[in-house]
Design a binder for this molecule. Structure first.
Ligand SMILES: Nc1ncnc2c1ncn2[C@@H]1O[C@H](COP(=O)(O)OP(=O)(O)OP(=O)(O)O)[C@@H](O)[C@H]1O
Ligand SMILES: [Mg+2]
Length: 336
């Protein structure tokens, strides 16, 4: 996949436009590419899921779009929030923009909360309340995330709360400044199954009530199925398929997406298995010059190992980078 073709745009006002985003890690001996040629956009009110196995570059993509990449990790390309390019901003301008526009929820609420401060003190910071302020909005927010007895919760330290309560507090803090977009990076992974379901339900009701835009980064397909109308599948730092979530689940085309979904679809004629997903994501140092999934793919043939498949539309708002999609029909091959 070499192209910079954007994922089929949705109708509506784009609030985030990412074009040809590449992320690399600087080492003394050179650069390692971890995300390459990623293009996508998110329109107002949309809920986008980003899925892929561990190490596919989901978190770094999320950090790049909010302008918070760790040291020695660099991004190139363009990332525009409501038309403003994040990569061109000074750190202070970037922080101001991000503080206004984006709420972020991470995997581990205990790590994201300050253990030495009460919920109240942390929420006051998030809300930028001064010492005299009564904090009515704080209690409102704690109620919004369905925490019973907000006053008791506000007075508690993080360790005095359950994992689910802590995640609700973090969600309340992320929503404190009325962001136009909420980004969740594995927001339920650290929780047990019942609590996960409750947080999913909460996010769903908040989406309906506040109609904010969401980007949800996860390897949990059940989560995108519940919360995202569109899903991008990343593999080894590249976008391999993007579609309406319902369509992706019903009919994944990329062998990796199909494998991830556990959808075992026989090839016409049934001579080969439709997919193979044994093995692990290659290290960035071992990326194939062609399709990065080639080593694990049962469908691979010529020229998969040599020429990266371009990302091309294969249906309505459905993009695919694969020469031999599942169900045996080769995808359109550009220039061939
Ligand atoms: N701070 C960093 N310094 C060096 N390499 C990093 C750093 N963060 C991530 N990487 C590397 O970049 C690649 C992508 O990592 P990333 O954390 O974005 O993956 P991910 O898809 O979020 O995985 P997971 O599902 O495990 O969270 C990996 O190869 C990882 O080892
Ligand atoms: Mg991650």
């Amino acid at each position: 996949m070499t192209g910079t073709a954007p994922v089929s745009p949705a109708s509506g006002n784009p609030i985030l436009e990412v074009e040809n985003l590449s992320i690399h890690i600087r080492h003394a001996y050179g650069d390692t590419p971890v995300v390459s040629g990623l293009s996508f956009s998110v329109v107002e009110g949309e809920n986008l899921g980003i899925v892929g196995e561990s190490g596919c570059g989901k978190t770094l993509t999320g950090l790049a779009v909010i302008g918070l990449l760790p040291r020695l990790v660099e991004a190139s390309g363009s990332i525009r929030w409501k038309g403003q390019d994040v990569l061109d901003l000074s750190p202070a301008e970037r922080r101001a923009l991000m503080g206004r526009e984006i709420g972020m929820v991470y995997q581990d609420p205990l790590m994201s909360l300050n253990p030495g401060m009460t919920v109240k003190a942390q929420m006051r910071q998030a809300l930028r309340l001064d010492g005299d302020h009564k904090g009515g909005r704080m209690y409102e927010l704690l109620e919004l995330v369905h925490l019973p007895n907000p006053r008791a919760i506000a007075a508690a330290y993080p360790f005095q709360l359950s994992g689910g309560q802590r995640q609700r507090v973090l969600i309340a803090m992320a929503l404190a400044r009325r962001p136009s977009i909420l980004i969740g990076d594995e927001p339920t992974t650290a929780l047990d199954e019942t609590v996960q379901a409750q947080i999913v339900e909460l996010l769903r009701s908040l989406q309906a009530e506040l109609s904010f835009t969401t980007i949800l980064i996860t390897h949990n397909l059940a989560l995108v199925k519940e919360l995202c109308e569109r899903t991008m599948v990343m593999y080894a730092g590249q976008l391999v398929e993007a579609a309406q979530t319902r369509e992706l689940i019903r009919r994944p085309r990329h062998p990796y997406a199909a494998g991830l979904l556990g959808a075992i679809i026989s090839l016409e004629g049934g001579e080969r298995p439709a997919l193979s997903i044994d093995g692990v994501v290659p290290s960035p140092l071992e990326f194939s010059p062609g399709c990065r999934f080639v080593e694990r793919c049962a469908n691979a043939g010529e020229p998969c190992g040599d020429i990266p498949p371009p990302l091309e539309p294969v249906g309505s708002r459905h993009d695919l980078a694969c020469y031999f999609p599942v169900q045996g029909r080769p995808a359109a091959r550009s220039g061939r």
